[in-house]
Design a protein. Structure first.
Length: 190
């Protein structure tokens, strides 16, 4: 049971004669419409028009970087896979055929549909081998097409390196100093 003192009675507000005509509100609305008609248009007609991007920090499709000799720069340390909150990176590492690193990725897949583009993988990589690019219009007809394997990730690097150079091309192994003296490369592989 509710006490009478707890009940608040709200009287319906009385409208004046002008308010009942709704003219002030209509004039107000027209004024807002007219004001916007003469403002600069900010809507872009995508895809004919594209917004200017901040290339340096845009987090789009991934790429696997190549080192100075065209080989995949990844050393299969699994740091990105471990850091990924969406669990969308899958790496199979194996013994490297090159003397300057112990391992390299035999398989490297990223599920671009599962990815939340947080950039944690890029942050975690000790050799700057994985980076997010300014590419954002990735399309595919099947889910499988949206899983980028090592070859596709290297292709993204080839496509985007002119637009966004590799962050730290000097780092290419656990030594981390860019000193590649003594490297006996097998050359050009992936
Ligand atoms: S951007 Fe984030 S979610 Fe996507 S692969 Fe990298 S760590 Fe995972
Ligand atoms: S963190 Fe870098 S080096 Fe390590 S597995 Fe990922 S991409 Fe390769």
């Amino acid at each position: 049971m509710i006490d009478d003192q707890d009940i608040i009675i709200v009287d319906e507000p009385e409208l004046t004669a002008t308010e009942r005509l709704y003219l002030p509100q209509i004039i107000d609305g027209m004024r807002t419409t007219l004001r916007h008609m003469f403002k600069k248009t900010i809507t872009l007609q995508y895809p004919e028009q594209k917004r200017e991007q901040r290339i340096e920090n845009y987090r789009g499709v991934h790429r696997l970087n190549r080192d100075e000799e065209g080989r995949v720069a990844c050393v299969a340390c699994f740091m990105c896979q471990t850091a990924c909150p969406a669990h969308c990176i899958h790496i199979v590492g194996t013994e490297s055929p090159w003397d300057d690193r112990e391992k390299y990725p035999l398989q490297f897949d990223i599920d671009e549909l599962r990815c939340i583009y947080c950039g944690m993988c890029e942050e975690a990589c000790p050799v700057d081998a994985i980076e997010l690019t300014p590419e954002y219009d990735l399309v595919g007809r099947t889910r499988d097409e949206m899983i980028l394997d090592k070859e596709k990730l290297l292709e993204v690097f080839d496509r985007t390196v002119a637009l966004k150079p590799r962050k730290n091309p000097k780092i290419s192994g656990y030594a981390g100093t860019g000193d590649r003296d003594g490297c006996q490369s097998a050359g050009g592989g992936q």
